[in-house]
Design a binder for this molecule. Structure first.
Ligand SMILES: Cc1cc2nc3c(=O)[nH]c(=O)nc-3n(C[C@H](O)[C@H](O)[C@H](O)COP(=O)(O)OP(=O)(O)OC[C@H]3O[C@@H](n4cnc5c(N)ncnc54)[C@H](O)[C@@H]3O)c2cc1C
Ligand SMILES: *[C@@H]1O[C@H](CO)[C@@H](O)[C@H](O)[C@H]1NC(C)=O
Ligand SMILES: *[C@@H]1O[C@H](CO)[C@@H](O)[C@H](O)[C@H]1NC(C)=O
Ligand SMILES: *[C@@H]1O[C@H](CO)[C@@H](O)[C@H](O)[C@H]1NC(C)=O
Ligand SMILES: *[C@@H]1O[C@H](CO)[C@@H](O)[C@H](O)[C@H]1NC(C)=O
Length: 458
């Protein structure tokens, strides 16, 4: 087993482990840079500020909020940047807000447990405002290169107003650039012959254009299931190709489930069971690839479309521990990102000390070897999944970060199952924490999407 798990990438990292020592024991860093001002980057900013670290957040777009901000552009935005957000109209969170709220900063009383995407974006703006983060967030700064310059990081970014490049030097770097910008597209036989429209869910904005159309959805992850519920009542026919086992609701009489695609024709699609459907529009809900085009080789991390490695505690770049990643873990709730954010700030301010690089690598390898027992493969090296509460415990034990109580993981685990049991109604319930181990859940269907966040405050 060990042999098959040791991929070339793993061996490579073992061979080239080098000692770096920017993080001087007991001495806070003098300057931190953060890439991205989405949920993760905002959390990092909050804690860097709280721990007294001098920092700047570089955000490519004109806005904070990352994927929670709806942007009507498709493809590129007003500054010629690729669209970083995958938000669409009428989105509601698919996890209760209790698993997403920043510590000590709950949504106002009366907010549903599954707020709309619009509401979540307002919450992020309110957070940035309340914690006075904007003064350290540099908008319109698209990071194009991160290089290790011997004793610190060279961060080069393009300012989208002047289109000019600038380089900033930092002795600590946090990568919080998100996971959902590079759509993963499968390729099927005959796809180039197809005369209809093909998009990825990344570019999906609203159901209306699909009224009375014959639509094929591919995939049943979070996006595929959500779009099925959004589109089944408006399309002439909704064909859903996937192989998820779940309690499929009665979407509508024109909904058909299909196995995998065999091939496209000019006007439709053949499926693996030999059946055929005429199709006007295809939406690939086939997920995203990791991409970190700005990471120079000198950073020492190995990245592919599927993983980033080797990361100690799913966050520290083992080769250069003055670089951490926040929000690159898979199958997690937002709380994981907040915990990683506080861990980064605690590290930058020398509140705790990392083990030496060899021990970190050993811990990481132990994690790699444990993947198979969890039914995972090496490409899943960034998955936390079923290990979440254990992970929260470890992060607190090592860095003294706020312990996310077990009840949060319980809610997440329940929600993950319940979503597949009761797809059309699971969001009509509210949750309330009773203590660190218990919660209460009750039916509370509302009209519309209430969001009691005051306009004046954001
Ligand atoms: C449609 C959708 C719905 C979701 N719903 C839920 C949900 O209900 N519950 C849940 O728990 N999670 C959900 N998620 C997961 C979501 O990714 C997290 O909630 C969270 O928003 C991730 O935040 P982030 O800051 O890590 O990434 P992002 O929100 O993607 O933010 C990254 C930021 O980095 C910036 N950036 C990227 N590259 C650069 C660069 N080179 N230079 C400068 N800036 C850069 C981007 O502009 C962006 O502002 C959803 C994701 C999507 C796509
Ligand atoms: C933070 O660091 C930058 C770059 O070194 C410096 O210009 C700035 O004055 C520092 N800010 C504070 C508040 O110390
Ligand atoms: C890092 O940036 C500094 C200042 O701009 C420059 O002098 C140096 O050559 C750069 N180092 C690398 C490795 O790019
Ligand atoms: C479709 O509309 C019907 C009638 O309004 C409703 O009962 C049903 O829940 C809707 N289905 C979906 C998937 O929204
Ligand atoms: C937590 O730490 C223990 C002891 O080091 C380790 O065995 C376990 O794998 C860690 N769990 C996670 C999720 O990191």
């Amino acid at each position: 087993m060990a042999r098959t798990l040791l991929s070339c990438a793993t061996v490579f990292c073992l061979l080239t482990l080098e000692v770096t020592d920017v993080l001087t024991v007991g001495k806070p860093v003098s300057r931190a840079c953060v890439i991205g001002a989405g949920y993760s980057g905002l959390a990092v900013a909050r804690y860097l500020q709280q721990y007294g670290v001098n920092y700047t957040v570089f955000e490519a777009t004109r806005h904070i909020g990352g994927t929670w901000r709806f942007d009507p552009h498709v493809g590129t935005d007003e500054d010629g940047l690729p669209l970083f957000t995958s938000q669409y109209k009428y989105l509601r969170t698919n996890t209760p807000r209790q698993t997403m709220e920043y510590n000590g900063f709950p949504f106002p009383e009366g907010t549903p447990s599954y707020p709309s995407g619009v509401c979540f974006y307002r919450y992020l703006k309110l957070f940035a405002n309340k914690f006075d983060l904007m003064k350290n967030i540099q908008l319109r700064s698209f990071v194009t290169s991160v290089k290790w310059a011997g004793d610190r990081w060279n961060v080069t970014y393009m300012k989208t107003d002047t289109k000019s490049d600038d380089t900033e030097q930092c002795d600590f770097l946090v990568v919080a650039s998100g996971e959902y910008r590079f759509p993963s597209f499968p390729k099927f036989q005959g796809q180039n012959l197809f005369k209809g429209n093909i998009i990825h869910s990344h570019d999906y904005k609203e159901p209306e254009p699909y009224a009375n159309r014959r639509v094929l959805l591919v995939g049943a992850g979070a996006s595929g299931l959500d779009l099925a519920t959004q589109l089944s009542n408006i399309t002439a026919k909704l064909v859903h190709s996937h192989h998820l086992q779940y309690n499929q609701p009665d979407f509508s009489t024109t909904y058909v489930k299909k196995p995998d695609i065999r091939e496209f024709t000019e006007n439709g699609v053949f499926f693996q069971d030999g059946t055929y459907e005429d199709i006007d529009d295809v939406i690939f809900c086939t997920g995203y690839d990791f991409e970190h085009p700005f990471l120079d080789q000198s950073t020492g991390v190995t990245t592919t479309g599927k993983y980033v490695l080797p990361l100690y505690q799913h966050t520290v770049n083992i080769r250069h521990p003055s670089m951490t990643f926040v929000g690159k873990s898979k199958r997690v709730i937002n709380k994981v990102m907040e915990v990683q954010a506080e861990y980064a700030a605690a590290l930058a301010s020398a509140k705790f000390q990392l083990p030496n690089q060899e021990s970190m690598l050993k811990t990481w390898l132990d994690h790699v070897y444990s993947l198979q027992a969890q039914g995972l493969k090496i490409v899943d090296v960034n998955v936390i999944g079923s290990q979440m509460d254990n992970y929260f415990g470890n992060m607190t034990a090592e860095a003294g970060v706020v312990r996310t109580p077990p009840v949060i993981t319980d809610i997440r685990d329940f929600n993950a199952k319940n979503r597949l049991e009761d797809l059309l109604n699971y969001r009509d319930y509210d949750y309330e924490l009773i203590d660190d181990n218990r919660y209460r859940r009750w039916y509370n269907k509302r009209e519309g999407f209430p969001c009691p966040i005051d306009d004046l405050e954001i």
